[in-house]
Design a protein around this ligand. Sequence first.
Ligand code: ASP
Ligand code: MG
Length: 255
Amino acid sequence: FGGTSVASAERYRHVAALLLQRGEATQVAVVSAMKGVTDALIALANLAARGDVQWRQAWQVLRERHHLAATELLGAQAAGLLAWLDGRFDQLAGLLEALAVIGGLPEEVLERVQGLGEVFSAQLLGGYFNQLGHACAVLDAREVLVVAHGELGVSVDWARSAANLASWRADNPQARVVVTGFVARDGQGRITTLGRNGSDYSGAIFAALFQAAELHIWTDVDGVLSADPRVVPEAVTLDTLSYDEACELAYFGAK
Ligand code: ASP
Ligand code: MG
């Protein structure tokens, strides 16, 4: 589920309803950060690194937005999730304070900060499922997914990731799992990301790791169009698309 699909408490409820409608024995949902949150986190890190004290206000706004979503989703039962969020946001504030002191933004810190939206988002959806009485495990992909950054993009260390997932699964056997998109670790154990808009890729990776029968990419558009509608307004939605055609479109940069 992309960021637009989880932009607010109301959207999380819709996502949960979509997932609950289906009858799979095991269901794994990979989520993006709430819409705009990744950009906001990157902006926060840059503000702090520049020593601009405005970061505190921006941090507060982001925290409030997550608080609001948690409260709207869990109502009177939100206390645990709010405390969890506060812990994460306090850690984030600590990092930002450190950036302000250093006066720079090391790549490793940026990777850590920009991936937090997915960590929050997965906890929101997972918390909501649990509150509805549907046992749900939340998988922080940084605990299992090992990747390497190369010339052709991000590649997965399948053997290590599968072994990590197997041991995580032994402790978390729930039929329903919510996974953070976008985030991972590198071979040295450092937190990293799959690159902007990487959550669809996370979905495909986790479909493979969980040996899923099907992968559904939910994004709030009507389908694949015959052309870029910003350039060709009369573009139409395609009824079908072969795998080869999809490959070619992707190769040539279609979103
Ligand atoms: N939240 C991340 C981004 O904005 C990943 C994603 O949305 O796919 O790039
Ligand atoms: Mg996105």
